[in-house]
Design a binder for this molecule. Structure first.
Ligand code: F58
Length: 857
């Protein structure tokens, strides 16, 4: 078949290496940017009612082709979002032009997940135009508050790691850092969860079904990505051999840009998400033969790569499609980064001064190998020069110490999909181990332990080791976690590289979304008391609230807001989970991914314990009890059988407890389905107490703990992750700790192995009730219960149970003292300044990336 003509209809139209080819007018014509008329009509939109209304109506009638007669709230949301997006694009353009002019060091945050949630309310608040839009839309017959709820979440992440990336982007933009986020535009985000007969069921997340106003499709920003093929060895002369990766299959990555506005700044940065597309739309030869299925096959396989987010939280899956996602992601990203760098015609030696790449966990670690490959195979640098550049550019954040979450890829799989990369990994490992050997001669076992390649059949590539060896800095996400990394998990590497390479950056959350946006009443009260909104950019200013902690009037206002937030959540629960919860109950909340290490199981076991205790009380005794609503939400990985059983147990307990008249005034239990970012925004401001009760040493940081405390909720928690630092900030009197410490856990586990069925007596009571069938057929729960009895109780629920129950009693007692509790709640909000993601980002900027802001003047 003759080749197709090279027109835009047949091929991907690509930007040139140095960016778009500038428009070249004939000599007699002036350059467009010099014409006043361009300036006039590209000026940012006006900040007045009429401009807002004109834009809204134009989008309704022209973009959406609707009219005032056939409008619904969703169409109104779309028109509103498109108008706000126009403003974001104005800012985005100014920011990009400024960065091009100043050419600062760029920060690239590489993450396979960005859990952004909704964008509209956030953009309105960050741009400080919510009031304006509220007034403008009211005159057109719409309420902004209703339209905001029409938006579907962008749920391109599993949990903490993905949400952290989103908070970091908000802070980077607010702090005017010249940063880019890079990720994948999954066609399906994290699955939607429904509860059927008490069990979790999963449904696909069709988030793009009605279009996405927050993305800009860049059909001219595309890069080819190769898979498989072979490596050609070219002997150039007797001292030089070169390797070229050839053949195989190619797909194309297309860019989608998501603007991220900063708060109270002109700055608006970008997250660039990649989508897999076929290199050519379809195979004409097969099409002409009548084989239509084969003709579109290539399209299907390339689009499949970015079709779905893997729904596992803290658990590695070794699927080839996941490896393809990772490579497509880093390959396209690096081509984009290098294209931007080359626009300035700087030498390669400038690269580390101009580019910092942060690896959000090991998922983008192939980027290390890919940069080395490009530099030696395509740019002709020597191995040593290239490796020097690579290791000055990358830094790596570790988010977990759970062994089952540490990524490793089977060598045959990598060798098949990425043959040249596999060669380079072996070389990196060889040079590294030679060096280790020089430093620690005759230590065979050390070489085995530190090898990037794990020996066995098959061999595996240990991605964390590769990330450490290829980065200049490695950080954990809370003090305890960083210490575990240094002293336990990567101890050998600290001995080899020295302690300076390993550091801590404690996580943070953005106060814009996690207070200002989700708790507007509290935000207003704070601004009123402090007389300024400056705390939104400098959260440490909240400490000035502590002088009001004993002020009865202030306490009353603070707790009134808490109460109204509880009313709002109670209403949500009534309509979405069909349980009625009186807002004057204590709201005791545990919301996060369902995982054994997070111990939702222990929580529901303690609820059963409370239930039987309450049932045994006299009427007089009951009158002294604190009524409690125990609220759960969270998704279990679809293949995680035990986690799913925990959800079933929670729902079974809820069913019995909620209909038992004996405890109707004292206890409610509910599982709210489909936990996501926008639901978190309703749940978090409504907590009296929230639970963060992981087995000590297992939760790297946790970030929802920070959100709850920031909103004036207390914590019941273990001495784990960021709980510890929260305790240090708010004071021991304002947090409820219990349980074994991280350094005691191993001993308990060891003992568990030898004292099989000997569980804590209070826990025994609970297990017996389950076994008697009080919560339904006990055979259903047998696999779950046996993790405690015959399974060795790896997460030490039994050893922590007594201390947990005691801590619950302490919480009850504290709650009865209304003034005392109010003071604690105020102090919590006041003393959370440390946990702003702005502080985390400034930490990264100073100590890891070595960059200063580049603000648009
Ligand atoms: C979480 N990790 C940690 N991983 O569990 C949490 O303690 C920490 O606060 C948070 O990171 C931010 O640092 C986490 O969410 C994942 O979801 C991975 C997704 C991809 C597969 C492996 C787990």
């Amino acid at each position: 078949m003759p080749p197709l003509p090279d027109t835009k209809a047949n091929f991907h139209h690509k930007r040139s290496v140095t960016g778009p080819i500038p428009h070249q007018p004939p000599k007699w014509m002036p350059a467009p940017e010099s014409l006043p008329i361009w300036q006039k009509f590209t000026a940012p939109e006006g900040m007045d009612l009429e401009s807002v209304q004109r834009s809204f109506c134009r989008h309704v009638t022209k973009t959406l082709a609707r009219t005032a007669h056939n409008m619904d709230d969703f169409a109104a949301y779309q028109a509103l979002a498109l108008g706000v997006r126009d403003r974001l694009i104005d800012k985005w353009n100014i920011t990009q032009q400024h960065h091009t002019k100043m050419d600062p060091k760029r920060i690239y945050y590489l993450s396979l997940e960005f859990l952004l949630g909704r964008s509209l309310d956030n953009a309105l608040l960050n741009l400080d135009i919510k009031e304006l839009y509220r007034d403008a839309l009211k005159q057109l017959g719409f309420r902004v508050e209703d339209l905001v709820n029409e938006e579907v979440d962008a749920a391109l992440g599993n949990g903490g790691l993905g949400r952290l990336a989103a908070c970091f982007m908000d802070s980077l933009s607010t702090l005017n850092v010249a940063a880019w986020g890079y990720g994948i535009r999954y066609t399906y985000g994290i699955f939607q969860q429904r509860v059927v007969d008490g069990y979790q069921t999963e449904f696909p997340d069709y988030w793009l079904n009605f279009g996405n106003p927050w993305e800009i499709e860049r059909l001219d920003v595309t890069y080819e990505v190769r898979f498989r093929g072979y490596v050609n060895k070219i002997v150039e002369d007797e001292n030089t051999v070169r390797y070229v990766w050839e053949g195989g299959d190619k797909v194309v990555a297309v860019a989608y840009d998501v603007p991220i506005p900063g708060f109270d700044t002109k700055n608006c940065i970008n997250i660039r998400l990649w989508s897999g597309k076929p290199q050519k739309e379809f195979d004409f030869a097969s099409f002409n033969e009548g084989n239509y299925e084969k003709a579109v096959e290539e399209q299907k396989t390339s689009e499949n790569i970015t079709a779905v987010l893997y729904p596992n939280d803290n658990h590695m899956v070794g699927k080839i499609l996941r490896l393809k996602q990772q490579y497509l992601f880093v390959c396209a990203t690096l081509q984009d980064v290098i294209r931007r760098f080359k626009k300035t015609s700087r030498p390669w030696s400038d690269f580390p001064g101009q580019v910092a790449i942060q690896l959000n966990d090991t998922h983008p670690t192939l980027g290390i190998v890919e940069l080395q490959r490009v530099l030696i195979d395509e740019e002709g640098l020597s191995w040593a020069d290239a490796w020097d550049i690579v290791t000055k550019v990358y830094s790596f954040t570790n988010h977990t110490v759970l062994p089952e979450a540490l990524e490793k890829w089977a060598v045959p799989l990598v060798a098949d999909l990425l043959p040249r990369h596999m060669m380079i990994i072996f070389d990196i490992n060889l040079f590294f181990l030679q060096d280790v050997e020089r430093k620690f001669p005759h230590d065979r076992d050390r070489l085995r332990r530190m090898s990037i390649i794990e020996e066995g059949h098959p061999q595996y590539v240990r991605m964390a080791f590769l990330a450490i060896v290829g980065s200049h800095t490695v950080n954990g996400v809370a003090e305890l976690h960083s210490n575990l990394i240094k002293n336990v998990v990567f101890k050998d590497f600290v001995e080899y590289f020295g302690a300076a390479k390993f550091t801590n950056v404690t996580n943070g959350v953005t106060p814009r979304r996690w207070l200002y946006q989700c708790n507007p009443r509290l935000a207003s009260l704070i601004t009123e008391k402090l007389g300024t909104r400056a705390w939104l950019k400098d959260l440490s200013q909240l400490k000035k609230l502590s002088v009001f902690a004993d002020d009865q009037q202030f306490q009353a206002k603070f707790m009134e807001i808490k109460y109204l937030n509880k009313v709002r959540l109670s209403e949500y629960i009534r309509t979405h989970a069909n349980v009625t919860i009186p807002p004057d109950f204590m709201f005791d909340i545990q919301v996060k991914r369902i995982h054994e290490y997070k111990r939702q199981f222990m929580n529901i076991l303690s609820v059963i314990y409370r239930y039987q205790r309450l049932k045994g009380l006299t009427k007089e005794e009951r009158a002294k009890e604190v009524p409690r609503a125990v609220i759960f939400a969270g998704k279990a990985a679809p293949g995680y059988f035990i986690a799913k059983l925990v959800i079933k147990l929670i729902n079974s307990v809820a069913e019995i407890v909620n209909k038992d008249p004996d405890v109707a005034q004292l206890l409610k239990v509910v599982f709210i389905p489909n936990y996501n970012v926008s639901l978190a925004e309703v749940i978090i401001p409504a907590s009296d107490i929230s639970q963060h009760i992981s087995t000590a040493g297992t939760e790297a940081s946790g970030t929802s703990n920070m959100k709850f405390v920031l909103n004036g909720g207390l914590i019941l928690g273990t001495v784990d992750g960021a709980n510890i630092e929260i305790g240090e900030e708010v004071g021991e009197e304002n947090i409820f700790f219990f349980g074994k410490l991280a350094d005691q856990v191993e001993e308990v586990r060891h003992a568990n192995r030898y004292r099989r069925s000997d569980v804590d007596p209070k826990l025994r009571v609970v297990i017996d009730l389950i076994d008697q069938g009080v919560f339904g057929d006990p055979r259903i729960f047998e696999p779950l219960v046996s993790t405690l009895t015959v399974g060795g109780d790896y997460y030490i629920i039994s050893a922590d149970f007594e201390s947990y129950i005691t801590a619950q009693d302490v919480v009850d007692k504290a709650y009865k003292d209304k003034a005392g509790w109010s003071k604690k709640a105020v102090m919590c909000t006041a003393l959370m300044g440390k946990f702003s993601s702005d502080r985390s980002i400034l930490d990264y900027c100073k100590r890891i990336w070595k960059v200063t802001p580049c603000a648009v003047p």
